[in-house]
Design a protein around this ligand. Structure first.
Ligand SMILES: C[S@@+](CC[C@H](N)C(=O)[O-])C[C@H]1O[C@@H](n2cnc3c(N)ncnc32)[C@H](O)[C@@H]1O
Length: 218
């Protein structure tokens, strides 16, 4: 059950209860609040190099803001699995799916580390603005274990700008602190993912305090 929202810690592990509390508050206005990130979401999906018929996992899918981009690429023969621990965020995602009449979307309520099944056989996994997931080894291990041998991953998100750009870091902190439960690993949010996907390509936008990463397992 969602607890009282708390401020993100600098070093702690991701806190799923605190995340549920955060997103319970944000769900109704989340799409409007994060509308500015539409092009970044589209680019992260593009980096997955999806093909018609692919099975794709949207990890921490939130309200489903990446669904249309994914479904456009995988087509009706593909399958989209969205995993999300916040009841309120997933409710928004279900409405989006019902509204659009998408029949090949499988929404699962819970943490990535709990909701994947041995027969999921994923072609690709997307981590779009999911710092908490990227800093959770159990979540990443569960996802990567379900990827096919040539499966692909892509992620986008915020990171600390260089130390000599403190004003940008104040902005990064201000925008991000409402959406993460920890700033642990915020200088290289992809570091755990790279341990599991060594061929990960990293594109750092240092001044903007943002990154894209992508790669293939195996
Ligand atoms: C900033 S939102 C991003 C939502 C969506 N991907 C987007 O691009 O708008 C981060 C999401 O990750 C979810 N989350 C946090 N921990 C998670 C975990 N261990 N497994 C799956 N999702 C998680 C949160 O509930 C939240 O909805």
């Amino acid at each position: 059950m969602a607890g009282t929202p708390t401020s993100p810690t600098a070093r702690g592990s991701p806190d799923p209860d605190a995340a549920r509390a955060l997103y319970q508050r944000h769900a109704d206005t989340y799409d409007l609040q994060t509308d500015w990130a539409g092009l970044d979401r589209a680019r992260a999906v593009e980096l997955l190099d999806l093909q018609p018929g692919d099975t794709v996992l949207d990890v921490g899918c939130g309200t489903g803001l990446c669904f249309a981009e994914i479904l456009e690429r995988i087509g009706p023969s593909g399958r989209l699995v969205g995993v999300e621990p916040s009841v309120e965020m997933l409710a928004q995602a279900s409405w989006r799916v019902a509204d659009a009449g998408w029949a090949n979307v499988d929404l699962r309520l819970g943490l990535a580390e709990e909701q994947l099944r041995p027969d999921d056989d994923l072609d690709a996994a997307l981590f779009c603005f999911t710092h908490d997931v990227l800093r959770s080894r159990p979540a990443l291990e569960a996802v990567v274990a379900r990827l096919r041998p040539e499966g692909r991953v892509a992620a986008v998100g915020p990171m600390w700008a260089p130390w000599w750009a403190p004003a940008m870091n104040v902005l990064v902190w201000y925008v991000t602190s409402e959406y993460v439960t920890t700033f642990e690993g915020f200088s290289e949010p992809w570091s755990h993912l790279r341990a599991l996907v060594p061929a990960l390509e990293v594109e750092r936008h240092d001044i903007a305090g943002q990154y894209f990463v992508w790669g293939q397992v195996g």
